[in-house]
Design a protein around this ligand. Sequence first.
Ligand SMILES: Cc1cc2nc3c(=O)[nH]c(=O)nc-3n(C[C@H](O)[C@H](O)[C@H](O)COP(=O)(O)O)c2cc1C
Length: 211
Amino acid sequence: MKVLAFNGSPRKEGNTYHGIKIVADELEKEGLETEIIHVGNKTIKGCMACGYCSKQKNEKCAIKDDEVNDWIQRMKESDGIILGSPVHYSAIGGTMKAFLDRTFLVASVNDGMLRHKVGASVVAVRRSGGIPTFDQLNNYINYSEMIIPTSNYWNVIHGTAPGEALKDEEGTQIMRVLGKNMAWIMKVIENSKDKVKEPEREGKIFTNFIR
Ligand SMILES: Cc1cc2nc3c(=O)[nH]c(=O)nc-3n(C[C@H](O)[C@H](O)[C@H](O)COP(=O)(O)O)c2cc1C
């Protein structure tokens, strides 16, 4: 089984990376393969709301001059996904947000490509804004019918200078416990595939508030 992690920080080995790495190390100890993709240092345009993905249903975003379409396919091939972001103004970092909006819309309009994969969010912050950012990342995971492993607190690690988060004793434990629980739930799912039938996917009912 493979877990793909996305580091939304512009810093390659900043605190988001270290938070993700602690989770990934636990997954590796349990025999899962992991890979961290650096998103936050790329140039990624935001969703254009052009409707291309929902019309074409070809698992692609209309914007083709960046890595997003490649990463969507990589996510499809993975069993688990980690979304990691630094807190920027109490929210997801801008480049990561652009990536997530496009990726999760493509996944949604293509028969729920990420449905029943295991997904976890990891946040790095200096002081405030960890919880709103954690909520924002989890919105993508929840929307996609993914399965969320938990830890013994919300998945936020604290630090400012790159690597400082490793001194956050409670934060590092949160990531460790998350990694252990993620590995366990992934094995439970994998080992029950023949025994427990997945619920059938319901077609999405899409209403709005004015008609
Ligand atoms: C543009 C920007 C905005 C930030 N906004 C916040 C904030 O709202 N709250 C906070 O506590 N830290 C904020 N920070 C600090 C980062 O969250 C903190 O340094 C974190 O460890 C960065 O993770 P990284 O090393 O993975 O980039 C901000 C940093 C930047 C560059």
